[in-house]
Design a protein around this ligand. Structure first.
Ligand SMILES: Cc1ncc(COP(=O)(O)O)c(C=O)c1O
Length: 431
């Protein structure tokens, strides 16, 4: 992902690869005004260390944001301010995962979480999704199978709302069942929810945290997509003992998140403008999503299919099996367009014919042109397939899902490393 982001930073490349919010929609004058006021009134706390847990005003602002998600009855002590939602994922792994431990996630999962799972040598079990999000029936079977093997997952990591990268949302019955399963199996669920407030159509669904009452669910949020990613401020709300461990882990990692950023957030929330800004982002992204959906319908052939996100920043397109999107990306970059190849969202080699497309970070014209260029290289591959096999590519059909089938397809450019012994005292003691 880092290599890809470096390549796509070139100005001529239309990048549908990143997950960038369009922060140019945040008024620069407001930034200047708040910053000046903050410097005049609060330069000392803005430039000083802050409590590891986070500044109280920021935790109050987070309570306000979570109330907009219909999560009530929170107190500041239920919240830990983190350096982006990313640090919160890392902390969950840091405090809970020993090498070889099972972590469950969706298939595909958030590509940015993959390095966290890898760093802590989690054994990631990925559960298929469909248009209603994670297949909870498959999750249930998987939990039963793992139990029979004496393997207890450390947590279930999920992005239930406007999934990154899949663009789908977990349905209400599945949310309820997931929360029930967490209770039945006494399992933690990490609900990562950066996009819940970026809904462009349909009615909001309750968060897992709301449904569960915060007993088994660790909720992760962020200001990155509703305010500004450069602030690097996110949060975790978790059951008391878990929050305590997360806080100790954070103190070890970075003592506290940027005081300057936190102070900015507390001043910004005093203006009362955050919901208005959220509406600005929503309007912008809704239009861009529609442009992308229209462009896909116009330029992609019947061999491809894609999700229809009701919110968030991404959709997931699936091509015929014989197209490898990691290879396709090389061709796409020749055409100055980029996407995230599907394999980045799996740890087991799947995702080879899928791609993630982002619609928040570039203009409507660029979205249309970017999709056209991708469709061109896809068309070339389909034509090549036809020439080599003498066959016309069939329209896509969803592959049958068998949770027991583990693919043996090797991962591109990944060298297998021997696992550390789970009983290795050094490895355990280090977390
Ligand atoms: C699902 C998910 N979780 C976490 C993050 C991390 O966001 P940040 O660290 O900017 O808060 C992202 C960013 O794209 C994301 O999509």
């Amino acid at each position: 992902m880092r290599d890809l982001m470096a390549l796509t930073a070139q100005p001529q490349v239309i990048s549908l690869a990143g997950g960038l919010p369009d922060v140019s929609a945040f008024p620069a004058e407001l930034l200047a005004k708040i910053t000046a006021q903050m410097a005049a009134e609060s330069s000392v706390p803005a430039l000083q260390y802050a409590p590891t847990e986070g500044m109280d005003d920021v935790r109050e602002a987070i309570i306000e944001v979570m109330a907009a998600e219909n999560i009530r009855n929170l107190e500041v002590d239920d919240i830990l301010v983190t350096t982006g939602g990313q640090q919160a994922i890392d902390l969950c792994c840091r405090i809970l995962v020993d090498p070889g431990d099972v972590v469950i996630a969706e298939a595909p999962t958030y590509p940015g979480a993959v390095p966290c799972f890898n760093s802590f040598e989690a054994d990631l079990v990925q559960i298929e999704m469909d248009s209603d999000g994670m297949r909870i029936d498959i999750l249930e079977d998987t939990l039963t199978r793992l139990k029979a093997q004496g393997r207890r997952p450390k947590f279930i990591y999920t992005v239930p709302t406007f999934h990154n990268p899949a663009g789908v949302t977990l349905s209400l019955p599945r949310r309820k069942r997931l929360v029930e399963l967490a209770r039945e199996h006494e399992l933690l669920v990490v609900e990562d929810n950066p996009y819940g407030l970026l809904r462009y159509e349909g009615d909001p669904l309750p968060t897992l945290y709301e449904l569960d009452g915060g007993e088994f669910v660790i909720y992760l949020g962020t200001f990155s997509k509703i305010l500004a990613a450069g602030l690097r401020i996110g949060w975790a709300a978790a059951p008391g003992p878990v929050l305590q461990k997360l806080t100790i882990g954070k103190a070890a990692g970075d003592l506290n998140s940027s005081s300057l950023s936190q102070m900015f957030i507390s001043y910004y929330f005093r203006t009362g403008l955050w919901k208005q800004q959220l509406e600005t982002y929503k309007e912008l992204y809704r239009r861009r999503r529609d442009v992308m959906l229209d462009a896909l319908a116009e330029f992609f052939g019947p061999e491809a299919e894609w999700t229809h996100p009701q919110g968030g920043l991404f959709l997931w397109a699936t091509l015929p099996d014989y197209i490898d999107t990691s290879d396709l990306l090389v061709r796409a970059l020749d055409e100055d367009v980029a996407f995230v190849p599907g394999r980045g969202a799996y740890l087991d080699g799947r995702g080879g014919s899928a791609m993630r497309l982002n619609f928040s970070g570039v203009s409507e014209d660029d979205i249309r042109e970017g999709v056209r260029r991708i469709a061109k290289v896809v068309g070339e591959q389909i034509a090549l397939y036809g020439t080599l096999t003498g066959q016309t590519a069939p329209a896509r059909q969803a592959p049958a899902v068998d949770p027991e089938v583990v693919t043996t397809e090797p991962m591109a450019d990944v060298l297998p490393l021997p696992r550390r012994d789970v009983d290795d005292g050094r490895a355990r003691g280090s977390r």
